[in-house]
Each structure stands twice: as structure tokens, then as C-alpha cells.
Design a protein around this ligand. Structure first.
Ligand SMILES: C[S@@+](CC[C@H](N)C(=O)[O-])C[C@H]1O[C@@H](n2cnc3c(N)ncnc32)[C@H](O)[C@@H]1O
Length: 290
């Protein structure tokens, strides 16, 4: 459906549809009602599959992507079962659900997001079964997901005390945020990470070579927004790629040291890749305490 819309609808209409997707959740529920009823009625379901109408994370396999990233958290991020984890932009629990099978009784998980219905689903369905998993809604503005948000992402203070997390991660979140907002979030993440704690983040990263490939493949990332490239000039938060050099400077200024190599993704037409987006790992102050 999305592919057809991309192919045949004019850009202005696509932009309207993108906004409508988030602004009219009731229509989304009606659209996915048959799929959601089928899941509800499936014998032996374990109650940890969110309704399709709340899976605002694209068309990929929800459960398989969650499992894929759990492996990255363990193998690349050295996540251990007893650690304290923070997920920024947790959505409807795509990553939290597989983590419930990994973190043990001394480990813990905090997640927050600006999307109220997704957070409410996690609180209702995950926390009662896994009390060490907590979810919070924060009313931060994002033109796509939360256009009426009261708080600016560029000055938002994460609702946690300093130096309390071992591992922080964001999957497919900075790919929907503007550069000045990311700058503040990186500073805040560094504040809440304990020294030696790790950060795993996905991006669409740009350099000269990537820009060349994107042009050749007639990519949807073609609308300049500052030094970034967006797929929708009227709604840059729909999907946005940022300059790798700028992101690197921000890590440095936030006291985060990137652990090389960056694992580049397939999104920009590379032949060798790990996942679809680019994955960046970093340590706070570079000291790996393990
Ligand atoms: C593509 S979804 C990914 C959700 C989740 N990370 C996952 O991988 O399933 C992007 C998420 O980022 C959230 N988001 C966007 N801007 C945010 C912000 N400033 N702070 C926290 N979450 C944000 C959206 O509400 C949405 O849930």
C-alpha cells in the first residue's frame, strides 16, 4: 500500500497522508481492525503482540527486528542481564518485548516516548507481567508524531537522575529528529549514563560518498534541510539523514566516544551492511568498565 502511494501519489498528498497517519489514530484502528481481530482471536496468543494499528514502525517483521536488535545489544553493546537499561523512543515495545526474556531479576528497563497510545499499551501489557519494565509518556514536540507537544526537544531534560544507566539505546528515533534536538538528547543521554556506560543508536548517516550513491539510486532522501537530507521537505521528521561529521562532533562534545567501526546499513545502497540503518556504538568518556 505504502509503496503504491509512493509511486502514484503527488508529493503534497503523500505529505498529508504521513501527517494524517499519526493525527487520526481512530482511522488507523479501523484500517487495521481485521488484522487486529485475527490476532486477538488466535488460540494460544501470549498477549505480548501489540495491535497492528499501534505498530507505527514500518512494514518490517515486528518480532524479527526486535530479536535482531537484541543480538546487537548483546554482541555489539555487551549488554548483560543484570544491567540498567534506558530506551529513548520506545514506541510500542518492539525492543522491550524481547528484552523481557533477557534481563534478569537484578536488571531493569526504563522506556519513554512521546506517543501516548503506544506507551499506554506497554504499561498495560508489559509492566504487569514484568514489573522491572517501566514506561513513561513525555509531551515533547515532534512535527510528525506529536505536533501538539508542549516541550521542545532541543531543551528537554530526560526525566532521570544522572549517571544511573549502564546501557542506553535508540532504534529508528534519531532518524525522525532534527539535528539541534539530537544534540540536546545526546548531552542528556551522556548525563544519565554512568561513566563507562554504553550507547547504541541508529541513524541515516551522510558523507560525500553516500550522497553520491543516494543520487544515483534516485533515493527518497533528496530534499536538503540544513545540512541534512529529508524525504519530505514539508515534514522533515518523517525520515531524515544527517551528516556523519556533525554527529561525530556532537558525540565528542557530549563526552561520548564512538567505538569504531560504525556498522553501516543497507538504506543507502551499500553492498556490505549489517542492518538496514547505520548503527553507532559509543562509551561515555570512552572507559569500558568490563
Ligand atoms: C519509528 S518509531 C521507532 C520506535 C521504537 N524505537 C522501535 O524501534 O520500535 C520512532 C519513535 O520515536 C519516537 N520519538 C520521536 N521523537 C521523539 C522524541 N523527541 N523523544 C522521544 N521519542 C521520540 C516516536 O514517537 C516513535 O515512537
Amino acid at each position: 500500500m505504502k509503496r503504491l502511494a509512493r509511486k502514484y501519489l503527488p508529493a503534497g498528498m503523500q505529505s498529508l497522508l504521513r501527517r494524517g497517519y499519526y493525527r487520526f489514530p481512530l482511522l488507523r484502528r479501523l484500517y487495521y481492525l481485521p488484522q487486529d481481530l485475527a490476532v486477538l482471536l488466535r488460540p494460544g496468543r501470549d498477549g505480548l503482540q501489540p495491535p497492528r494499528s499501534l505498530m507505527t514502525v514500518g512494514d518490517g517483521d515486528f518480532a524479527a527486528i526486535g530479536r535482531e536488535f537484541l543480538q546487537y545489544f548483546i554482541e555489539l553493546g555487551h549488554l548483560r542481564p543484570a544491567e540498567k537499561v534506558l530506551e529513548v523512543g520506545c514506541g510500542v515495545g518492539r525492543m522491550a518485548i524481547p528484552l523481557t526474556t533477557y534481563l534478569d531479576d537484578t536488571g531493569s528497563y526504563e522506556g519513554f516516548d512521546i506517543a501516548p497510545a503506544e506507551v499506554a499499551w506497554c504499561r498495560k501489557n508489559i509492566t504487569p507481567r514484568f514489573p522491572r519494565f517501566n514506561f513513561q509518556h513525555v509531551d515533547v514536540l515532534n512535527q510528525q508524531t506529536n505536533p501538539g507537544g508542549r516541550l521542545a526537544a532541543a531543551s528537554f531534560r530526560l526525566p532521570f537522575a544522572g549517571e544511573q544507566f549502564d546501557f542506553v539505546f535508540l532504534t529508528s528515533v534519531f532518524t525522525h529528529m532534527l539535528i539541534q534536538d539530537i544534540e540536546n538528547y545526546l548531552r542528556e543521554i551522556s548525563r544519565v549514563l554512568r561513566p563507562g556506560g554504553r550507547l547504541l543508536t541508529t541513524y541515516f548517516l551522510l558523507d560525500g560518498e553516500t550522497r553520491g550513491r543516494l543520487e544515483k539510486m534516485n533515493s527518497r532522501f533528496r530534499h536538503p534541510f540544513g545540512s541534512s537530507l529529508a524525504i519530505d521537505p514539508k515534514l522533515p521528521e518523517a525520515s531524515i539523514a544527517h551528516e556523519e561529521a556533525t554527529i561525530r562532533t556532537m558525540y565528542h562534545e557530549a563526552g561520548l566516544v564512538i567505538r569504531e567501526p560504525v556498522r553501516y546499513g543497507s538504506w543507502s545502497g551499500r553492498g556490505h551492511f549489517l542492518s538496514s540503518q547505520d548503527i553507532v556504538l559509543a562509551d561515555k568518556n570512552g572507559s569500558r568498565q568490563r
